[in-house]
Design a protein around this ligand. Sequence first.
Ligand code: KG4
Ligand code: ZN
Length: 335
Amino acid sequence: MNNSILAIETSCDDTSASVISNGIIKSNIVSSQIDHSKLGGVVPEIASRAHQKNIIYIVERALDEAGINKKTLDAIAFTIGPGLLGSLLVGSTFSKSLGYALNIPIIGVNHLKAHAFSHTINMKKIIYPFISLLVSGGHTQIILVETYDKMTIIGETRDDAVGEAFDKCAKILGLDYPGGPLIDKLSIEGNSNSYSFPDTKVDGYDYSFSGIKTSFLYFIKKELKKNPKFIEDNLKDICASIQSKLISMLILKLKKVINDYKVSDVSICGGVAANSYLRKEISKLSKSINIKIHIPEMEYCTDNAAMIANYAYYLYKDNSFSDFDIVPFSKQNIE
Ligand code: KG4
Ligand code: ZN
């Protein structure tokens, strides 16, 4: 028996489908709705319409690439939340209909839990407990993971997510959405010590990224008054400096948690885990304090259905299926 699951992810602006068989990813198709870059961010109504347009084609491609006939599927998994409600409704309604038509069980998957386990894709070994640093456009959380179903949020952002801070700073610089990858790319040739930004003090293990975004805005406005070509003349150095600040804020709290919780394993996941500077700094940290860092492969960092399929496989093995009257949640909690 092959235990094949089709998984569908439509929480934000990427329509994605994946097939997993016996714990191994057989396909992972992602269609990004690049139109949003011109609009400066994701427009929920446009995102849900695009999911409707893309979903059948993306699912067919995922099945084709995996060499699986839908009639041989054992379950359908889909993102149940959190995310944009209209987008989630497209994926969940499609999955329920297909599950009903094929007479197979459905599995609603929490998007955040799926991110937290994305480093385990393709049956990678897991050491419990581990700390997961979840850094995306919508979330910044430090999570203690004790089993696949027992997760506790230890720290989180009190305002903007770190990916959002990257995107907003990029917007201030006139860069397209999503700006995180662009800042990363431009920073490679920049000097991160060129400009400094004030520290934001937050108690405990929580983060705050809205203050740094505002300081960045005032800094750029002030410099533009002195030199209207300030951004053009110094773009790479500005990017490297703000990137280094955002990443050092992330690492500072993570270090504190690792020290206090005495874990040996840490996973970094979510879109910002694709950041090359974060990956470099985390690898330095791992050597200096002797911990094991797990980072998913690039294609599993940003939103993708393979991570939904991977987490669904844990639930499938436990016969943990969803009822057909399950409804999506925009703000579902990880705990
Ligand atoms: O996990 P994800 O694909 O979607 C959410 O669930 O939010 O994360 C998207 C976020 C965006 O804010 C994007 O700018 C950021 O991840 N991002 C990056 C990089 N790649 C994606 N931020 C910094 N450096 C990157 N290389
Ligand atoms: Zn995500």
